[in-house]
Design a protein around this ligand. Structure first.
Ligand code: PMP
Length: 354
C-alpha cells in the first residue's frame, strides 16, 4: 500500500475473481462461463462495429435498451445496461443504501456483495442460510432493510420460487430489494414481470452466462422507472460511456438470435442433470441446482484436495476456503464431452485414493 492510499480504503478486502490461466490449456469449469461461442450475427455485428471505434459509444444504449424492453415486455425507461452485472449491482448499492439504509444478504452468496457494501461504506448483515443451504424466506419478511438475493444463489445453485421472491418484495415496501438473476436462464422463473407491480424491486441480469459473453462485460437492470432514473444519476456521475460499442451491438444482436442461446441453455440443463447423477453415483453430495454449475462434496477427499487433483489433471473447478463451504467445489457445466472427462478423472482420483 502506498503512503497516498486513502484511509477510507485501507481496510478494504477486494473481491477475488476466479483464476483465468494463460499458461496451460485447461478444461475451464471454474467461472461459470458458457462452453458455447457467441452466435454468428453477434460476431458479424461486433466486427462491423469495431470499424467505428474512433467514436464514443451511445451513452443511452438506445438499440440495446429497445431490444431488451421488447424481449422482457417492459418500457425502455425501465432498463439500464451496464459494464457487466457487477456494475448495475454496484450502482444499486450506491444509489439506495447508506448508513441509514443498511443492506442484508445470505451468509453464503456472491462474494462481491460485502465488497460493494464495504467500498460504499454501507452497514451490512449476513443472514445464515439454513442447514441444507436453502434460504429461509421468513428471515426476510418485513425486515425493513434493503436486501440483495442471488436467485439462483451462487455458489450453491439453489433456487427460490417466484412466489417467495414476491412475498419478500411485498413485505418490505419501504426498502429496495435487488434480485440478482445472473443464472435465471438455467431453469428458474424471472422476477422481471414483478417490476411493473412493485416500485421497490430491481432485477439484475447478465449476458456473461446464458448469452456466451463473459468477455464482453455486459449486464443490465430492470426496475420501476424512478429506480432506473436514480441509477442513471450514478452512471452519469461515474462513467456515462459505460458500455462499449461492440458490447452494445453484441447484446442487441444476441437478443435477435435468442433461440440459439435458449437452446444452448437447454443443453446445459441436460448436461447438468447428467453431471449431478454421475457425481451422485460416485458418492458425492450434490446440491439441487438451477444454475449452470453444481456445488458438490465428497467425504472421501477434502474440497481442496479434489480441486488440486483436478487441476493437476488439467481441469479447473472453483474451491472456496470459507468454513461452511470448504468441503465443496463449484463445477461449471461445460459440454457433455468435458463433463464426461471430468467424471472419468474423478473416478481415477477416487480409485487412486482407495
Ligand atoms: N452475480 C452473480 C451471482 C455472479 O455469480 C456473477 C458472476 N461472477 C455476477 C453477478 C457478475 O457477473 P457479470 O459482472 O459478469 O455480469
Amino acid at each position: 500500500m502506498s503512503r497516498f492510499f486513502s484511509k477510507k480504503y485501507s481496510a478494504l478486502v477486494p473481491y477475488t475473481p476466479g483464476e483465468q490461466p494463460k499458461d496451460v490449456k485447461y478444461i475451464k469449469l471454474n467461472t461459470n462461463e458458457s462452453p458455447y461461442p457467441p452466435s454468428k450475427g453477434v460476431l458479424e455485428a461486433v466486427t462491423k462495429e469495431a470499424g467505428w471505434l474512433q467514436l464514443y459509444s451511445d451513452p443511452e444504449c438506445s438499440l440495446l435498451h429497445k431490444e431488451l424492453s421488447t424481449l422482457y415486455n417492459v418500457e425502455k425507461n425501465q432498463v439500464l445496461a451496464t459494464n457487466g452485472s457487477d456494475e448495475i449491482l454496484n450502482f444499486a448499492f450506491m444509489a439506495f443504501s447508506d448508513k441509514e439504509n443498511p443492506i442484508v444478504f445470505p451468509d453464503i452468496t456472491y462474494g462481491f456483495y460485502p465488497v460493494f457494501a464495504e467500498i460504499n461504506n454501507i452497514p451490512y448483515e449476513k443472514i445464515p442460510l439454513k442447514e441444507d443451504f436453502s434460504i429461509d424466506v421468513n428471515d426476510y419478511i418485513g425486515i425493513n432493510k434493503n436486501i440483495v438475493i442471488a436467485n439462483p444463489n451462487a455458489p450453491t445453485g439453489m433456487y427460490l420460487e417466484l412466489c417467495d421472491i414476491e412475498r419478500i418484495v411485498k413485505s418490505n415496501p419501504d426498502n429496495v430489494v435487488i434480485i440478482d438473476e445472473a443464472y435465471i436462464d438455467f431453469g428458474g422463473e424471472s422476477a422481471i414481470p414483478l417490476t411493473k407491480k412493485y416500485d421497490n424491486l430491481i432485477v439484475t441480469r447478465t449476458f456473461s452466462k446464458s448469452y456466451s459473453m463473459a468477455g464482453a462485460r455486459l449486464g443490465f437492470g430492470v426496475a420501476n422507472e424512478s429506480l432506473i432514473a436514480d441509477m442513471n444519476t450514478i452512471k452519469y456521475s461515474t462513467n456515462p460511456y459505460n458500455v462499449n460499442r461492440m458490447s452494445q451491438m453484441a447484446g442487441a444482436f444476441a437478443i435477435r438470435e435468442n433461440d440459439y442461446y435458449m437452446s444452448n441453455c437447454a443443453e446445459i440443463i441436460k448436461t447438468r442433470e447428467y453431471t449431478k447423477n454421475a457425481l451422485e453415483k460416485l458418492g458425492f453430495y450434490v446440491l439441487p441446482s438451477k444454475a449452470n454449475f453444481v456445488f458438490a462434496k465428497c467425504d472421501k477427499l477434502s474440497g481442496e484436495e479434489l480441486y488440486l487433483e483436478l487441476k493437476s489433471r488439467g481441469i479447473l473447478v472453483r474451491h472456496f476456503t470459507s468454513e461452511r463451504i470448504k468441503d465443496f467445489n463449484r463445477v461449471t457445466i461445460g459440454t457433455m464431452e468435458q463433463m464426461e472427462t471430468l467424471i472419468k478423472e474423478i473416478k481415477n482420483i477416487l480409485e487412486e485414493k482407495r
